[in-house]
Design a protein around this ligand. Structure first.
Ligand code: FAD
Length: 557
């Protein structure tokens, strides 16, 4: 296995080395770093912006684990399998739900402060698809911020963890055997490590988060550009389930032309009893599903989209007026402040909402130890596809997945280190040079890619809509190639590297979504409205062809 393609970039001007290099500083990356340290390995965390800039900080609702009285991992497993619509890897889910409760306890021991009742017990709420109250939360609706705070504080005090902020990782480096041996990156700043450099390592862990920025309307922060999936594809790794993008039903609707990261009105607001109502004030989820507003997200997002179409409206409403001011202030202080900042007071008025891209169930394919198909390259958190989410993620399972599988990667690395199987690696410089440079689109391509994807591969998909998106994406790629041929290439810089990553991920996503001719989980085809187990109860595996185009192949049944 070798890196077949690489982003167009200057040759590295500086080098550094460590034992394990971790890309990303969300719940997954920081948990790996803290845990490999326990095995005596040095870690380097490289992150695109500041440490707490990923999705983790924005998580509101909480973290799901069978911690409550009467709840069991088996019940959590059942709910997860139902949400996953026939495509979960049951063993991966079993790992998640059985190792999850202790992983949360270890997170608490690291310093994360969860909300507790007067009796000192952790407070648990419910979210869509869960038949039990099993969502632990912090600061009311600021769970991710608290987890991030605790983990950042812990890594900052460990001298064996080197932190490099404002550093965009570009591509994987391998040794002559094709084992991961480090990576190339671009550090934005001044000092010894400025510009493109290389980090040598015994193993590489991708924890780069999601790809919500592929769409125009998303709850994801600006850093979520799918870089890890794009890097993995260029490195020859298999990715899977890319077509399963979860659209959150209730981001705040801030206007018809809103783009970029939208504020989220957490599912926990519905968990505490807020109602979805249409323009006439009618509760339209009642009678559609036994859990009404707390049905799995895809069902709620579809119902909202359908009702929007029926009423010719661009948003619906979430009504939590009956909570009263005191509950809003204590239980949902962040959401209350965000709504008020946008001129809406949820205490006195229903909140306008509309679905937006929220979570990537697919990603870089890993085994139960977090290993990808490239030796020495690991992935965890939202960038990975461990198999726990199947065709749709159950609410609040992702922070838990980040914790559990990060710990597993650290355990695997520790075991390999103890067995002498994690030697220092020599970078195969000739192979790195031989990889084909990917032409970079101009930075303006980002907005065009997002528009194409929201229009063609959003909540509602059809062969025709996706063919339009694919044609638009192909044109952007062709133009980038022509600009290279005409010796007018786009400058290699953060914006153009991100645009190239978005283009590759979007192209792979559309190819997989067009191929899956059925409706399942969060993949909703208007032209194939039924679930088709006979043909499609299997995964699509995507790799990069020699041409640089992503190719999706159905997994053998
Ligand atoms: C608004 C919102 C609310 C959510 N609420 C919940 C919830 O209540 N419960 C739940 O379980 N899940 C929730 N989620 C999902 C959950 O937050 C994420 O899936 C999870 O935090 C992902 O963690 P991560 O560590 O994989 O990635 P992230 O936290 O996204 O971190 C990714 C990191 O990778 C870095 N990075 C990316 N590309 C590069 C690159 N090329 N070079 C260097 N660094 C790079 C980023 O800067 C960032 O540090 C929510 C998500 C959002 C957006």
């Amino acid at each position: 296995m070798s890196v077949t393609h690489r982003l167009t970039a200057p040759a590295p001007g500086w080098t550094a080395s460590t034992d394990v290099v971790v890309v990303g500083s969300g719940v997954a990356g920081l948990t790996v770093a803290l845990n490999v340290r326990k095995a005596g390995l040095r870690a380097m965390v490289v992150t695109k912006a500041v440490l707490d800039e990923g999705s983790t900080r924005w998580a509101q609702g909480g973290i799901a684990a069978a911690l409550g009285e009467g709840d069991t991992p088996e019940q959590h497993l059942d709910d997860t399998l139902v949400a996953g619509a026939g495509l979960c890897d049951e063993e991966a889910v079993r790992t998640l739900v059985t190792e999850g409760p202790d992983a949360v306890r270890r997170l608490i021991a690291t310093g994360a402060l969860f909300d507790r009742g007067e009796d000192g017990e952790i407070l648990l709420t419910r979210e869509g698809g869960h038949h039990r109250r099993r969502i632990a939360h912090a600061g009311g609706d600021a769970t991710g911020a608290e987890i991030s705070r605790a983990l950042v504080a812990a890594v900052r005090t460990d001298p064996g963890i080197e932190l490099i902020e404002h550093a965009l990782v570009l591509d994987l480096l391998t040794d002559p055997e094709g084992h991961a041996a480090g990576l190339t990156l671009h550090v934005m700043g001044e000092g010894q490590r400025d510009g493109v450099g290389a980090v040598r390592a015994r193993a590489v862990v991708l924890a780069t988060g999601g790809m919500g920025q592929v769409f125009s309307a998303t709850t994801n922060p600006a850093v979520s550009t799918g870089d890890g999936v794009a890097l993995a594809l260029r490195a020859g790794a298999a990715v899977t389930d890319l077509e399963f993008v979860q659209f959150h039903p209730t981001p705040l609707w801030v206007g018809p032309d809103a783009e970029g990261q939208l504020p989220l009105i957490s599912e926990a607001v519905r968990g505490e009893g807020a109602h979805l109502v249409d323009a006439d004030g009618v509760r339209f989820m009642v009678g559609q599903h036994e859990l009404a507003e707390l049905a799995p997200r895809d069902i709620v997002a579809k119902a909202i989209t359908r009702r929007m179409q029926e009423q010719g409206a661009d948003h619906m409403f979430l009504d939590g007026r009956h909570f009263g001011a005191e509950m809003w202030e204590h239980r949902f202080p962040t959401i209350l402040a965000t709504c008020r900042a946008h001129g809406i007071d949820p205490v006195t008025a229903p909140i306008p909402i509309a679905p937006a891209a929220h979570y990537a169930s697919g990603g870089v394919r890993t085994d139960p130890r977090g290993r990808t198909s490239v030796p020495g390259l690991y992935a965890c958190g939202e960038v990975a596809c461990t198999g726990v989410h199947g065709a749709n993620r159950l609410a609040s399972n992702s922070l838990l997945e980040g914790l559990v599988f990060a710990e597993r990667i650290a355990a695997d690395l520790a075991g390999r280190h103890a067995a002498g199987e994690l030697p220092e690696r020599t970078v195969d410089v000739a192979a790195a040079r031989a990889a084909r440079p990917v032409p970079l689109p101009p930075s303006e391509a980002r907005a065009e890619i997002q528009r194409l994807m929201s229009r063609g591969a959003g909540v509602l998909r059809s062969a025709a809509s996706m063919a339009d998106a694919a044609a638009g994406l192909a044109l952007i790629a062709e133009q980038a190639h022509s600009h290279v041929a005409e010796e007018k290439p786009a400058d290699p810089r953060v914006e153009t590297w991100e645009a190239a990553n978005l283009l590759l991920v979007a192209t792979a996503l559309v190819a997989a979504a067009a191929q899956r001719e059925e409706t399942r989980g969060c993949h909703w085809r208007e032209d194939f409205p039924e679930r088709d187990d006979a043909h499609w109860r299997r995964h699509l595996i995507t790799t990069l062809a020699a041409s640089g185009d992503p190719v999706s192949t159905p997994e053998e049944q």
